[in-house]
Ligand binder design. Structure first.
Ligand code: ADP
Ligand code: ASP
Ligand code: MG
Length: 429
């Protein structure tokens, strides 16, 4: 009997109707002859609402342990309601918290990493014929015995980790659009659905801010060879297959071109801020000191630019981007170390946006960068920082021009389709 892991995002379980619709879909999957393990997110925007509430009772993010206790409750509400809805239509189901499902993590609150998955109770439940429902985005640390969360969007990673541990045939990620598109359909309505994408390209898309999939879920799936099918819970349309190995990609139909398209899509990200450390002494070891300080706050740095030192000054500026949520802590740590490192000041800007163009075909096609920068210049978009990988070009722009820039680049690479993409639900918050 095959095993399917199905993950339903917040917009799919936003209200009682949604939960009943998901219950029916899950029961239908089981009736078609599969074992089913379901991972749920918190209802609608309830994680954001819990964060708002926390900010009202106390100043921001001071209490990481209690924040995880709070946020993990969102997923527990969904799992219990979904189990009740499944009982209501005559099937059997049991819900489990992350720790009951054996999701063991390190002890870092708010961005815990999975260190072990021991889903004994899940196996027992499905062998008994039950549908097992697991609360996404959470686990437990064996060191601290505390509840942890994996970071925003982390339910996707719970689903893939369970799929890998249970050796599932597929991990289906149900959301509010029909799959992965060539750009966010909320920003580019003419974006086209991608039928299959390599995990390498999907990694770059997710890392560049396409929040359709959590970055760590794509990494995990690639590592363990889990096929992901991203699709909508509001339709029965075939979605996007994210295939773990390039060999699996070779499913070419007759008449199809043999080469992959040059560009798979455009991604954008508003969740980062730019930090500039001004007047850093231009001597060996200073960059290491600065990044050591930031790493000490457990922050993932993204783009980095070091300017050439102004002639004769012996000083340089180093800029980098980091998640806005980590900004305050990183600034405080830098501030404390200012005298020791010897830089002059720190500037901080949250009104930036990042735009990335992704495509494995970039490697073998000259002229991609020219076309990309031409499109941005024709659209009047000023560029602040640039970084590249073998299959990606990213730029930082002002936040106000980000949507214009995304549409201009999408059009310049002829990615626009004739059909308007459907966004079924969700607020995009
Ligand atoms: P869920 O709550 O189901 O986890 P998310 O809000 O995390 O859903 O992700 C789905 C959203 O991702 C879509 O509504 C869409 O606005 C956004 N998105 C960003 N980039 C893309 C893309 N390239 N393709 C599809 N959706 C995208
Ligand atoms: N509920 C969490 C969030 O909103 C986790 C998730 O939905 O994946 O980030
Ligand atoms: Mg998500």
């Amino acid at each position: 009997m095959s095993l399917i892991v199905q993950k339903f995002g917040g917009s799919s379980v936003a209200d009682a109707e949604g939960i009943k619709r998901v219950a029916q879909r899950v029961v239908d999957t089981q009736a078609a002859g599969h074992h089913v393990v379901v991972v749920v997110s918190a209802m609608g925007d309830s994680t954001d609402e819990l964060l708002d509430l926390a900010a009202q009772v106390s100043p921001a993010s001071s209490d990481a342990r209690e924040m995880d206790m709070l946020l993990s409750a969102g997923e527990r509400i969904s799992m219990a309601l979904l189990a009740m809805a499944i009982h209501g239509i005559g099937a059997s189901a049991q819900s489990f918290t992350g720790s009951q499902a054996g999701m063991i993590t390190d002890a870092i609150h708010g961005k815990a990493r999975i260190i072990d998955v021991s889903p004994h109770r899940i196996r027992t439940a499905i062998e008994k014929g039950d549908i097992a429902i697991v609360a996404g985005f959470q686990g437990m640390s064996r060191d601290s015995n505390d509840i942890t969360t994996l970071g925003r969007g982390g339910s996707d990673t719970t689903a893939v980790a369970l799929a890998a541990a249970l050796d599932a045939d597929v991990c289906e990620i149900y959301t509010d659009v029909d799959g992965v598109y060539t750009a966010d359909p909320r920003v580019v309505p003419s974006a086209q659905k991608i039928d299959t994408i390599s995990s390498e390209e999907m990694l770059e898309m997710a890392a560049s801010g396409a929040k359709i999939l959590h970055l760590r879920c794509v990494e995990y799936a690639r590592r363990f060879g889990v096929p992901i099918h991203v699709r909508s819970s509001f339709s029965h349309n075939e979605g996007t297959w994210v295939l773990p190995s390039p060999d699996d990609q070779i499913k070419i139909q007759e008449g199809e071109p043999l080469e992959q398209p040059i560009i798979s899509g455009v991604a954008h990200d508003r969740s980062e801020a730019k930090v500039t450390v001004v007047g850093v002494p231009d001597i060996p070891g200073k960059a290491a000191e600065i990044f050591g300080i930031v790493a000490g706050t457990n922050t993932n740095i993204d783009m980095i630019v070091q300017n050439v030192s102004t002639h004769g000054s012996g000083r340089t500026d180093i800029s980098f981007t980091l998640p806005i949520v980590d900004g305050a802590e990183a600034l405080a740590a830098l501030g404390e170390a200012q005298d020791r490192v010897g830089f002059e000041s720190v500037e901080y800007n949250e009104t930036i946006g990042k735009l990335s163009l992704i495509g494995a075909g970039m490697r073998s096609n000259p002229g991609v960068s020219y076309r990309f920068f031409r499109a941005l210049s024709d659209a009047g978009v000023n560029i602040d920082m640039i970084s590249t990988s073998e299959i990606r070009i990213s730029v930082v722009t002002g936040a106000d021009l980000l949507d214009t820039a995304v549409r201009a680049v999408h059009a310049a690479f002829e990615l626009d389709g004739d059909i308007t993409a459907t966004v079924y639900a969700g607020t995009g918050r």
